[in-house]
Design a protein around this ligand. Structure first.
Ligand SMILES: Nc1ncnc2c1ncn2[C@@H]1O[C@H](COP(=O)(O)OP(=O)(O)OP(=O)(O)O)[C@@H](O)[C@H]1O
Ligand SMILES: [Mg+2]
Length: 205
């Protein structure tokens, strides 16, 4: 009874410019190349579809819940789902975890100073000038994950190493899942065996 397909949700969280999209895109390419069914939900792409989504705590929470739900549905069909959202609040990340079966939290922990010096989208400069409000790391909190499955600081970890670590963790999760299935099948077999030797069952023939 080997599962034909095992989905997973690879949840990338971290500051803007930390490297979520860059790593997730690389992992996506590798998985696609290997023929793994994979989908990618990037925060920016989701916001483009739901343009009214703002950056208040409530709106960020709704954004994360929406993506968490969608990821959990895809995962059930055996798809490996990569998500790349800042997802700054611990409670909404925890909520997303409860929806999913094989949720792997990847904290891209690149320090704020490095993210700000990269300023890929020019948003840190705007936030510092006060042109943007509620910017994570500047005037809105990032709640550091306390039990991330992987932590990657891209100021010291090259992209190839980061990609390898994520893929390795994904494969380990499959092995754990298969062990659980095997343990369940073995337990069921023992139970069936007990039933067939039960005197009550014999009387009922
Ligand atoms: N080792 C590395 N891993 C990933 N990105 C790196 C690394 N070294 C440098 N970078 C650079 O850091 C930047 C990360 O930007 P990226 O768009 O991936 O961040 P992000 O976390 O998705 O931000 P946002 O939340 O704003 O979408 C890119 O320009 C990338 O080239
Ligand atoms: Mg991004």
């Amino acid at each position: 009874m080997r599962p034909k397909r095992t989905g997973a949700v690879l949840w990338f969280t971290g500051l803007s410019g930390s490297g979520k999209t860059t790593i997730a895109s690389n992992v996506y390419r590798e998985l696609e190349f290997d023929g793994v069914p994979v989908d990618y939900l990037d925060g920016d792409a989701i916001r483009a579809v739901f343009p009214a989504t703002g950056f208040s705590r409530e709106e960020r929470d709704a954004h994360v819940r929406r993506v968490g739900f969608l990821a959990s549905r895809l995962e059930r069909h055996g798809i490996v789902v990569l998500t790349a959202l800042i997802s700054p609040y611990a409670a909404s990340r925890a909520f997303a975890r409860t929806l999913c079966r094989n949720f792997i939290e990847i904290h891209v922990s690149t320090p704020l100073a490095v993210c700000e010096s990269r300023d890929v989208k020019g948003l840190y400069a705007k936030a510092r000038r006060g042109e943007l409000r509620s910017f994570t790391g500047i005037d809105d909190p990032y709640e550091t994950p306390s039990s991330a499955d992987i932590t990657i600081d891209t100021s010291v970890t090259p992209l190839e190493d980061a990609t390898r670590r994520v893929l390795h963790r994904l494969h380990r999760s499959y092995a754990q899942f298969e062990e659980q299935v095997l343990a369940r099948v073995t337990a069921d077999a023992h139970f069936d065996q007990k039933l067939s030797f039960s005197p009550n069952v014999a009387h009922e023939r």
